[in-house]
Design a protein around this ligand. Structure first.
Ligand code: CP
Length: 330
């Protein structure tokens, strides 16, 4: 496996984009992975692929010229915020950035419904990150324009799960039959909540490795059980590592703990290092939604199986696809 993203092959033909207001996602909100089926995912990944072709060929193009995105972030972000900005600008559109709500009228006590009703007067689509579970759903009840959930507290992060799944497809060329191990903070980690749900559309085995206090929530395990997916919880990685095809590592999120001593006790429970990699399959990938703190040692970065930096780039193409789709241009 290369440390670069897999190349676009000759079978990849460019399909011109156009106005497709009958397309399945035109005008729709993107709130949860629960709204997708496998054929939706094939469609999204097909559009994401075309976006990658276009970016690699010409960089920026005018598919969304004249369209405006409001990027409304109540929590910090580097990747989600900047990749949505880059996605809109690569498509010829522009962005209203509200990345620090304390400098907006939110600091004067403006409610989320009023804030989205304001922004939709100026923008065609709103990307929202908020600390409360269900905030995007609430915003969507008030907004006429599409809302894209960029993370709602410990709830979901659907666009991250889409880019995670695209990473698996592009890097391993399959999803069915894979053994996916999620490690770290599975309780508060919204990315693993969304990804586990999305993977349950496929024939996969899921392994969960976490400290006792950070186990995958029971309601998510129950939900996935109903789909007939094999799930197994572990207290250490060794019992799952040898059969792992995708090792999805997450950060223990200090900001979600009310008691700092609890965080200190579990923050370094699992560290992926060169020794871990020496015991892993030769054909596997390590993923991480990032940011990383200390859960993956930097020596691992040079291993071709470390896919987490490539993973970020797939996020650009997925977010370009989603913006084009909800605005009727895919
Ligand atoms: N993966 C992710 O959501 O990263 P940011 O918090 O930097 O957006």
């Amino acid at each position: 496996m290369s440390t670069h993203m897999p190349a676009i092959t000759s079978e990849n033909t460019f399909l011109p984009f156009g106005d497709q207001r009958n397309a399945p996602f035109y005008g729709k909100d993107i709130l949860s992975v629960k709204q997708f089926n496998r054929s939706d995912l094939d469609y999204i990944f097909g559009v994401a692929h075309e976006m990658r072709v276009m970016v690699e060929r010409i960089g920026t193009f005018d598919l969304l010229k004249g369209k405006i995105l409001a990027n409304l972030f109540y929590e910090p972000s580097t990747r989600t915020s900047s990749s949505f900005t880059a996605a809109m600008e690569r498509l010829g559109g522009s962005v209203i950035p509200i990345n620090e709500v304390r400098y907006s009228s939110v600091s004067k006590g403006e409610s989320l419904p009023d804030t989205v009703r304001t922004l939709e007067c100026y923008a065609d689509v709103i990307v929202l990150r908020h600390p409360d579970v269900g905030a995007s759903k609430l915003a969507a009840q008030y907004a006429r324009k599409p809302i894209i959930n960029a993370g709602d507290g410990v709830g979901e992060h659907p666009t991250q799960a889409l880019l995670d799944l695209l990473t698996i497809v592009e890097e391993l060329h399959q999803v069915d039959g894979l053994s996916v191990t999620m490690l770290g903070d599975l309780k508060y980690g919204r990315t693993v909540h969304s990804l586990a749900r999305l993977l349950s559309l496929y024939n996969v085995q899921l392994h969960y490795v976490s400290p006792e206090i950070l186990r995958m929530p029971k309601e998510i395990i129950d939900e996935i059980n109903k789909k007939g997916i094999q799930q197994k919880e572990h207290v250490d990685l060794d019992s799952a590592l040898s059969e792992t095809d995708v090792l999805y590592v997450t950060r223990v999120q200090k900001e979600r703990f009310s008691a700092l001593d609890e965080y200190e006790r579990v923050k370094d429970a699992f560290v992926i290092d060169l020794d871990t990699m020496s015991r892993a399959k030769s054909r596997m990938i390590v993923m991480h939604p990032l940011p990383r703190v200390s859960e993956i040692s930097i020596e691992v970065d040079a291993d071709p199986r470390a896919a987490y930096f490539r993973q970020m780039e797939y996020g650009l193409y997925v977010r370009m696809a989603l913006l084009a789709m909800v605005l009727g241009k895919s």
